[in-house]
Ligand binder design. Structure first.
Ligand SMILES: C[S@@+](CC[C@H](N)C(=O)[O-])C[C@H]1O[C@@H](n2cnc3c(N)ncnc32)[C@H](O)[C@@H]1O
Length: 196
């Protein structure tokens, strides 16, 4: 049974700097992946938190649309990425108005594993609807046996089939080296999923 962390609970975490999930930088795996892109890409970042990736991807020449529903997260982003934080859309990723079929890449880091069950169920469909044909979902995915009622929730193999494989096909699966102690009981993989 997953618990629901609403906007106010996430905001409290940011206010109290209780943000153990925060890497403090963009993962090297993302930067390497983006440097391999042959052209400018439009990148969607759901649940962007402090959004280090926004400034890095913009500097690499890509366009970025980042979303987070926590005003405190966006305030915290402002303190680390400055004016780039002004571009973050403050809203519920599942309800806000985003252009369908318009992103090349959706970048995932610790958003899926933070969602309660009913939103996890909508994740694959929502992201697939926002990606262009030929678009990819790329990032770090968490595997293991969920044990706590609070996030983060790793995926079992059954979860992965249920949550992702209806909308995406796995096209790359590599080790992820930028892990944090808070995820030490998860198996973290850098994966790229192609939209079906
Ligand atoms: C574990 S944090 C990860 C933040 C960021 N991706 C990172 O790697 O540091 C999860 C983030 O998702 C945001 N979030 C959770 N549910 C959301 C929703 N339905 N819509 C938008 N943002 C959401 C939270 O406010 C929080 O910033």
């Amino acid at each position: 049974m997953t618990s629901i962390m609403d906007e106010s609970e996430w905001s409290s975490r940011y206010r109290e700097s209780n943000t153990k999930w925060d890497l403090g930088r963009s993962p090297g795996e993302l930067l390497e992946f983006m440097r391999m892109q042959p052209a400018e890409r439009t990148v969607l970042i759901p649940g962007c938190g402090r959004g280090y990736e926004i400034s890095d991807l913009r500097r690499l020449g890509h366009s970025v649309c980042a979303v987070d529903f926590s005003e405190e997260a966006i305030r915290a982003a402002k303190s680390v990425i400055g004016d780039f934080a002004d571009e973050i859309i403050c809203g519920d990723f599942f309800g806000c108005d985003l252009p369908l079929g318009s992103f090349d890449i959706c970048y995932e880091r610790t958003f899926l594993c933070a969602l309660p069950e009913e939103l996890r169920e909508r994740y694959g469909e929502r992201i697939a609807s926002l990606l262009k044909d030929g678009g990819v979902l790329a990032g770090v995915f968490h595997y293991g046996q969920p044990e706590d009622s609070d996030p983060p929730y790793p995926m079992t193999d059954d979860d992965r089939a249920h949550l992702l494989e209806g909308h995406f096909s796995l096209i790359a699966d590599d080790p992820y080296e930028s892990g944090l102690p808070v995820y030490s009981d998860h198996v973290e993989r850098w994966q790229v999923w192609g939209k079906k």
